[in-house]
Design a protein around this ligand. Structure first.
Ligand code: ATP
Ligand code: MG
Length: 413
């Protein structure tokens, strides 16, 4: 029997270790089994940091969570429908779920869920390396439950499914498989690879919201281009939209995006705009509806496409700053940043950068009120003059408030 109590002690913060003991005892006193499951078990064995703890209880997770916050005060969020609860403290959080079995009425459907034992709860999971649990019951504390050989697969660095219908039941697992494969630098075990290839068409059964969610998870990884590259190789991307590519161009642009936003990772929207950049407007619209993209992201992608159509104008080396301003004004910063990264014209890039770093902040010093004080009657004339001043400022034809006043007087005279 493998016992991981020592590893838990070594890798998790002392407060969290204490919490696990207390939780195990509380569940035990109610006659319920409690287990640490999924990703954290995998990462404990790999020696990778992971403070997203998932717990499964053979009993009502919400009741237990409420008892646990009485002992150890924290913020509790309850999802009655899913029989899950989340407890958050300042630095970490714990998800608590009721052990459940899942069956699929048809491919891609949401599963039919029943309360169950830990065994069936493990059987519903995706890959052997995610299908291990650790007992928290005081009498077995730290013992590993590994019914599908997850530990061996970790050693052999393999992503293996639990059964032949895994990707058919839930084709989001196709993207999950590639994500773990690339994140951990593992390989799909040969049968899993064959099944995955066979079941790529099952992606059509997955709703836009769920595919989008999986893509977001991909884009939150450290090197999303590796996953997208692999997804292209296996024709997974093409199934989402035939025009999507995961090639060297994308890898280069993602790398540049990281250099730009370092030390933070690029926002998912920026990656998304680069990912969809090569698509035509029509392809982009198809993808927006397939993935039911939210409003803000949809707008950013449309802005990016619209800037792309202006790249030729932006590549004119003689372009006045005021003209650059007019070409780029009104688009989201995300779209402009993506266009800067994606463009291959050095001149266009220089112009876009000038807009981002400088032009967008330039405003005339005089306001409408100032103009009225100078004797200009309220009306459309004010707006016109302000716009001329703005242009003069952008092009460097005027550089001070005094200068602006002189300019206005000149126009009036
Ligand atoms: P990560 O480090 O990416 O968070 P994780 O293993 O914690 O990895 P989650 O997406 O947080 O992954 O899910 C938690 C656990 O739930 C997984 O380990 C896996 O056992 C199970 N799981 C999640 N999604 C699925 C799915 N689509 N099909 C089957 N099991 C799943
Ligand atoms: Mg997780």
């Amino acid at each position: 029997m493998v016992n991981l109590a020592g590893i838990i002690e070594k890798q998790l913060p002392p407060e969290l270790v204490k919490f696990l003991h207390v939780a195990g005892e509380a569940a035990h006193s109610r006659g319920q089994g409690l287990y640490l499951v999924g990703g954290v078990v995998r990462d404990l064995l790999l020696g990778r940091a992971n403070l997203d703890l998932d717990l499964v209880v053979e009993g009502d997770a919400i009741d237990l969570a409420q008892r646990l916050v009485e002992i150890n005060p924290g913020k509790i969020t309850v999802h009655a429908r899913f029989k899950t609860a989340k407890i958050q403290w300042d630095d970490w959080s714990v998800d608590l779920a009721t052990a459940r079995s899942e069956t699929y009425a048809r491919p891609g459907a949401l599963p039919i869920v029943k309360p169950s034992s830990i065994d069936s709860d493990l059987f519903r999971r995706d890959f052997t390396i995610n299908t291990m649990a650790i007992y928290l019951d005081p009498s077995h504390y730290g013992e590993l439950i590994d019914p599908y050989g997850g530990r061996d697969d970790l050693e052999r660095r393999l992503i293996r499914v639990l059964h032949e219908k895994s990707f058919t039941d839930d084709a989001t697992r196709i993207l999950r498989a590639l994500r773990y494969e690339q994140r951990l630098d593992f390989r799909l075990e040969p049968t899993a690879l064959e099944l995955l290839k066979r079941d790529v068409p099952m992606l059509d059964t997955i709703s836009g919201d769920r595919v989008r969610h999986e893509l977001e998870l991909v884009l939150k990884e450290k090197y999303p281009e590796r996953i997208l590259g692999r997804a292209a190789e296996l024709e997974v991307l093409q199934r989402l939209h035939p025009a999507l590519k995961g090639n060297g161009w994308l890898a280069q642009k993602f790398q540049q995006a990281r250099e730009l936003t370092s030390p933070s990772l690029p926002p998912v929207g920026l990656y998304f705009a680069l990912f969809t950049y090569p698509l035509t407007g029509e392809d982009g619209e198809q993808l927006i509806s397939r993935l039911r993209l939210p409003k803000a992201l949809t707008q950013a992608l449309r802005d990016t496409a619209s800037i792309k159509a202006k790249l030729e104008s932006l590549s004119d080396p003689e372009l006045a700053p005021s003209r650059i301003y007019r070409l780029l004004y009104g688009y989201s910063t995300l779209a402009i940043t993506a266009s800067w990264l994606a463009s291959d014209s050095p001149v266009a890039r220089r112009h876009i950068r000038l807009f981002l770093n400088k032009l967008r902040y330039i405003k005339p010093a005089l306001t409408g009120d100032d103009l009225k004080r100078m004797g200009i009657a309220p009306g459309p004339r004010i707006k016109e003059i302000l716009s001329l001043l703005h242009e003069a400022r952008l092009d460097g034809n005027v550089t001070s408030e005094r200068g602006e006043e002189e300019m206005v007087k000149g126009w009036l005279g």
